[in-house]
Design a protein around this ligand. Structure first.
Ligand code: SF4
Length: 273
């Protein structure tokens, strides 16, 4: 058994996750592509395996100056979120500012802030919701069972959690009892996330769960309507998928999350050409 198959088996994916010819055709992105061609009356030429993709990453000159024939305008353009403060901090100063932050009430109940983990120069940026109990205790995002599931998804996608990605959350402090973040807490904290993204300059953002997606895209639409499309966060392509903690509670959606990872990997390859 290959390492990838082993990881898939560990995630409980079983043989149904083995690549099959028609499996990926059920992804919403491809259904939409097919629908577009049907509307144009050109079904016979529809590129069934060509997903909807966004503009090239403007920060990577090669992609920006040589747009691929497969690249098209972004499907979903978000209303720009508030611009970060002019006084942007360098990476280390930003970490220190977060560690000392008292901008919302969560500073009173946290054990410590959770800034992020991984490679700050990574081309993949994964963004979750907020630290949970284990994260609050260890000072790292995505530890515990949700973290293990995410690590397995990354490994099955061929990504190393320490070198290929950076992982952060919208909130840097744990909401007590793992309740949902409030709008005021998100408003107080999201500036740190925008500055992290500006520093990392990822090629692709994977937003995990409703709070990350809705914060970055400034929308109130549910994940189910947002996944399977390439969105735009200030010029950086963004893909929405489910939060690993949600997947632990809703096993049938694991297969959708895996579809999203495959979709993300294909988009990354197209953008990086
Ligand atoms: S959640 Fe964010 S804004 Fe609130 S205290 Fe923590 S770091 Fe500051």
């Amino acid at each position: 058994m290959s390492r990838t198959d082993f990881l898939r088996q560990q995630m409980g994916l079983g043989p149904i996750w083995q690549p099959r010819g028609e499996w990926f055709a059920d992804h919403p992105a491809l259904r939409q592509t097919q629908q577009q061609f049907e509307e144009q009356g050109d079904v016979a030429d529809a590129p069934v395996t060509t997903p909807l993709v966004a503009t090239a990453d403007p920060k990577r000159e090669t992609a920006a100056s040589q747009p691929s024939a497969n690249l098209a305008p972004p499907v979903e353009a978000a209303t720009p979120a508030p611009v970060p403060p002019a006084s942007e901090l360098d990476w280390e100063a930003l970490q220190q500012a977060v560690a000392a932050c008292e901008k919302c009430g969560l500073c009173k109940t946290r054990t410590q802030t959770v800034f992020g983990r991984g490679n700050p120069k990574a081309r993949w940026l994964l963004i979750g919701e907020a630290p949970g109990e284990h994260e609050d205790r260890q000072g790292q995002p995505f530890v515990g069972k949700a973290g293990q599931l995410l690590d397995n998804l990354l490994a099955a996608t061929g990504l190393d959690r320490d070198t290929d990605v950076y992982i952060a959350n919208v909130l840097k402090c744990r909401p007590p009892g793992n309740r949902n973040p409030t709008p005021d807490e998100i408003l107080a904290c999201e500036g740190y996330l925008h500055q992290q993204i500006a520093h990392i300059q990822p090629t692709l953002i994977l937003a995990l769960g409703r709070f990350a997606v809705q914060t970055l895209l400034q929308t109130d639409r549910p994940i189910g309507q947002l996944r399977g499309k390439l969105h735009d966060y200030r010029g950086t392509p963004l893909i929405a998928t489910y939060h690993p903690a949600y997947l632990l509670r809703t096993l049938p959606d694991k297969a959708k999350a895996w579809q999203d990872m495959v979709f993300a990997k294909r988009q990354f390859a197209a953008i990086s050409r």
